[in-house]
Design a binder for this molecule. Structure first.
Ligand code: HEM
Ligand code: HEM
Ligand SMILES: [Fe+2]
Length: 450
């Protein structure tokens, strides 16, 4: 991190964000490398000794928990970066912010080491065992307290309200994943309160707030214009997203009414996503704005489009019970999971990183080519992964659920598509590596404003 330039980074405490972003990037790379191993496990028949050393269940837990951890650290870093500028005061306690980072990283390391010894709670995406959950809760409380105190003592804006609301909702939902219910239907019922209501509820609020902050900064559009749409889209998202949880209750033994509620409301979730994309383009056109930071703008538009493709189109494709009956839990789901998580939340985080990191490093203008190459390589390769997994999923669905053949018959036909997944995975690692390298080493150059 370079010396602080008050023109670029007005508040000293914003510098905390640097460490959140740096750790998040390292964990992102680790997540990708483990992802390559997962693809290898599907693409080739591996000697049993290696499978015993790196079993699929363990490495899958690492891949997805690293994902959740780096994205949450990215959101928290983004929050610490934007809150001082919005509230117009320093963060309540910088010490607490560092302490909290240490608590999360220590929990993450303990969880990863624990997984290698089979210490897991077993619930997908939330495998972290209960004792560690309590440290997560303490860390989350420290975070919420720190942000809330800053907002209470400072200026209040719509962005801050939405951000704090989203973060509180996010933390509360985590609690529902902690108890274990002996009845599996009830256990899954609440598991989805974390997984679905996170990505299709709380995370959307946090994303809307961070994106609004960045858009105001790089387009110079009036705050009121951005905020007005922020309210409408988020209200729609909550309305459809909460009832839309029903698209996970079709086959777990919940009442039949969920087939209707889940189908209709989750299909409607696409509306606010489309509105957001149209809105992003119109905002630029209507005001004829000269975009100050081309890289950040590219990533921001990428987030809107990625959200539309991964969550909107790929989500809609299997959300109706008539289709989900066949595709449920197949590689079609994994295909959607990759495109949605990357398109909406990896790109959102990278948008914020590209806004904040050059500034935190004291760079006011920089060359765009490396950043833009990184953008396109990553996006094309994740699309490749999504399509390859999607084809594997359709084969799986057809062979297992329509022809009624066995699991291994389907896997034999799917193997080729996991080789394709692996190929695009390697490209994604290259694109992400380039992006990380540029983010952390970008030097002063005249090309574009930071
Ligand atoms: C950015 C937002 C989203 C993210 C990050 C996301 C991510 C995911 C992930 C990771 C899963 C797999 C969960 C598991 O079984 O382990 C999943 C399942 C699912 N998603 Fe999404 N999703 C998003 C938005 C949407 C939207 C808007 C829709 C519908 C329009 C949708 C429809 C579905 C359906 C139907 C399933 C269940 C698939 C099955 O039955 O196996 N998702 N999503
Ligand atoms: C190097 C690139 C990557 C490769 C080769 C890869 C491969 C895989 C594989 C093979 C699985 C297991 C699917 C199964 O359980 O059958 C998986 C799961 C998953 N990966 Fe990746 N992945 C990569 C990058 C990513 C990225 C960038 C994200 C998100 C931004 C991501 C999010 C996920 C999620 C959410 C799951 C769980 C899906 C589900 O529940 O259906 N992965 N990945
Ligand atoms: Fe969902």
């Amino acid at each position: 991190m370079g010396p602080r330039d008050p023109e670029l980074v007005p508040y000293e405490s914003q510098r905390v964000a640097y460490w959140y972003f740096a750790v998040a990037l390292a964990l992102f790379m680790l997540q990708l490398l483990v992802g390559l191993w997962l693809a290898i496990s599907y693409a080739f028949t591996i000697p049993q000794e290696i499978v015993d050393a790196l079993p699929f269940g363990m490495t899958r837990a690492m891949h997805t928990n690293l994902l959740v951890l780096w994205m949450l650290l990215g959101f928290m870093g983004g929050t610490y970066y934007l809150v001082p500028e919005e509230a117009q005061r320093e963060i309540y306690s910088v010490k607490l912010a560092y302490l909290q980072l240490i608590a999360f990283v220590a929990t993450g390391v303990a969880a990863l080491v624990g997984f290698t010894f089979g210490w897991t709670q077993g619930k997908p995406l939330l495998e972290i065992p209960t004792p560690l959950d309590f440290i997560v809760v303490v860390g989350a409380l420290m975070f919420l307290f720190n942000v809330a105190m800053t907002v209470i003592k400072g200026k209040k804006t719509a962005i801050l309200g939405m951000l704090l609301g989203g973060l509180t909702f996010l933390a509360l939902l985590y609690l529902f994943g902690m108890p274990f219910y002996r009845n599996l239907t009830i256990d899954w019922f609440y598991w989805w309160w974390v997984v679905h209501l996170w990505v299709e509820g709380a995370w959307e609020l946090v994303t809307a707030a961070i994106l609004a902050f960045v858009l105001i900064k790089v387009t110079g559009v009036d705050r009121r214009v951005v905020e007005k749409y922020l309210y409408i889209e988020t209200a729609l998202f909550l309305f459809t997203g909460i009832a839309g949880t029903g698209h996970h209750y079709y086959w777990i033994g919940a009442p039949r009414a969920w087939l209707w509620i889940g189908g209709i409301f989750s299909a409607l979730e696409v509306v606010p996503i489309i509105a957001m994309v149209i809105d992003t383009f119109l905002t630029q056109r209507r005001h004829g704005i000269a975009i100050k930071n081309k890289v950040v703008w590219t990533f921001a538009v990428g987030t809107a489009v990625g959200h539309l493709v991964g969550a909107g189109v790929w989500g809609f494709a299997h959300t109706l019970p008539q289709i989900n009956y066949y595709t449920h839990g197949s590689q079609v789901t994994a295909s959607h999971g990759h495109l949605a998580f990357f398109g909406a939340y990896a790109l959102l985080n990278l948008t914020m990183f590209w806004y904040a990191l050059p500034r935190l490093r004291g760079v006011s203008r920089f060359k765009t080519s490396g950043a833009l190459w990184g953008f396109w390589i990553m996006n094309m390769s994740i699309l490749g992964i999504g399509i390859a997994m999607g084809v594997a999923g359709v084969l799986q669905t057809y062979i297992e659920r329509i022809m009624g053949q066995g699991f291994m018959n389907a896997q034999a036909q799917m193997q080729f598509w996991f080789k394709v997944t692996l190929f695009f995975g390697v490209i994604l690692v290259i694109g992400a590596g380039l992006t990380m390298w540029k983010l952390l080493t970008q030097r002063q150059s005249e090309e574009t404003a930071a």
